[in-house]
Design a binder for this molecule. Structure first.
Ligand code: HAM
Length: 410
């Protein structure tokens, strides 16, 4: 077959996909614990949502969007990220009060594919809309940290910075622009082009890192309200025991950020792709989309990178409570009825799709990590089955009606 998955995309099959399931379940659990409700948004949006939201001067909008014209002549774009879409949805729904949104799904960026940098990748994220309280920033940073620590990302570090707001940022940008102009000869072509439009892009440029190492940082140019907001965020994080490092260079690759910006770094990953997640505050985003002023803060984590960073831990086996072994082909119908009963009772139960030797069925039970095997055979005439504990090898016989309760109690 010469048909292949498109460049930069992955098929996630068992057993590797079992780790994904664990990570996504844990994400649901942690985001619910922090009070974030599920929000589903389209996988594609009007191109304007990202052009205005993420920002015309960003690499994402300039080079990485999957944009197409649909049959109705509209310009649409596969979402490169979730924040702009969630804010668009909140405005469309009236934008009143607060929204704590949790989302998960594939995102699309036309990147040069490599490990941890894919054209289709999977993000989980939260957005806390309708408040500019620094307590919300601290909560968001904490939630991402607790989740990543819980699933065991090795060498997890939180990097934190503040980017200022519409009051102090323009002054800072002027200072930065001046500083960069004095070194324009040393900057790469992309950075020179970005300088008049958005000099922050230069700080983010991989090529220009050595040159900008001593550039002025936004955190040294905060106005009083931004400085005090940042102090409160740091104080709260200290108080709830979330460790962080101040990173004066951190600016993030998307234009909507104001004030708090942060990233989660996993040390097991290549330096270029070592961010397992990132986020920040974006108090001007709703207005940039043409809506009212709605402050917000959020984060997104890259599941593909999290899987990479925890890859050393072997693929997980399937976990079944019970595997139904059909010892006699005549009893297959009865065994399948019993299987259905077990599943409806909440047990993780399975069997082979067709009649095979008993030995082959026990091998399958093992392969699937079953805790017990239930053998439908000789005793069926008396309404009984044999249950074998596959961990210690003990076996007992019981009435088929007792099986579900017995297995559930183990
Ligand atoms: P971002 O930093 O562009 O932020 O992406 C967040 C995470 O998604 C990254 O740290 C990385 O783990 C993963 N990621 C990004 N691009 C790729 C890729 N090409 N391949 C694999 N993984 C990737 C955002 O997207 C913002 N929406 C985060 C946010 C939410 N800010 C506020 N709220």
């Amino acid at each position: 077959m010469n048909l292949r998955a498109p460049k930069g995309t992955d098929d996630i099959l068992p057993p590797a996909s079992r780790r994904w399931r664990v990570l996504l379940r844990s994400w649901d659990d942690w985001s619910e614990r922090f009070g974030y409700d599920l929000v589903q948004i389209p996988v594609f949006e009007m191109t304007e949502v990202f052009a205005r939201g993420v920002g015309e001067s960003t690499e994402v909008v300039q080079k990485q969007m999957y944009t197409f014209t649909d049959k109705g002549g509209r310009s649409l774009t596969l979402r490169p990220e979730g924040t702009a879409g969630v804010v668009r949805a909140f405005i469309e729904a009236g934008g009143a009060g607060e929204l704590k949104a949790s989302y998960a799904g594939p995102m699309f960026r036309y990147e040069r594919p490599q490990a941890g940098r894919r054209r289709q990748f999977y993000q989980v994220g939260i957005e806390y809309l309708g408040t500019d309280s620094p307590d919300a920033d601290a909560e968001v940073v904490e939630m991402g940290y607790r989740y990543l620590a819980d699933i065991g990302v090795p060498g997890l570090v939180v990097r934190l910075n503040s980017l200022g707001d519409q009051e102090c940022r323009p002054h800072y940008l002027e200072t930065l622009r001046e500083w960069l102009r004095e070194r324009i000869e040393q900057l790469c072509e992309d950075s020179r082009a970005a300088l008049p439009v958005n000099p922050l892009r230069v700080l983010d440029c991989k090529v220009c890192q050595p040159i900008v190492a001593d550039a002025p940082s936004p955190v040294d140019h905060l106005c009083d309200p931004c400085a005090s907001h940042f102090e409160t965020v740091k104080g709260r994080l200290d108080s709830i025991g979330v460790p962080f490092e101040l990173d004066r260079r951190l600016v993030r690759g998307l234009d909507y950020y104001t004030r708090t910006a942060f990233e989660y770094i996993g040390t097991e990953l290549d330096a270029a792709q070592n961010a397992v997640g990132g986020g920040g505050r974006y108090d001007g985003l709703a207005e940039a989309l043409g809506g009212p002023s709605i402050p917000g803060v959020g984060l997104a984590l890259g599941i593909d990178r999290i899987v990479l960073s925890t890859e050393d831990t072997a693929d997980l086996p399937a976990v079944l409570d019970v595997y139904v072994v059909v010892a006699d082909a005549e009893l297959r119908g009865a065994a399948l009825d019993l299987l259905s009963t077990l599943r409806r009772a909440g047990l993780r139960a399975d069997t082979s799709p067709e009649q095979r030797s008993v030995k082959a069925q026990f091998r399958a039970a093992d392969r699937n990590g079953a805790r017990a095997a239930l053998i439908v055979g000789d005793e069926w005439g008396e309404g009984k089955v044999a249950v074998k504990d596959l961990r210690n090898g003990t076996q007992l016989t019981m009435h088929s009606e007792e099986v579900a309760a017995w297995l559930s109690s183990r």
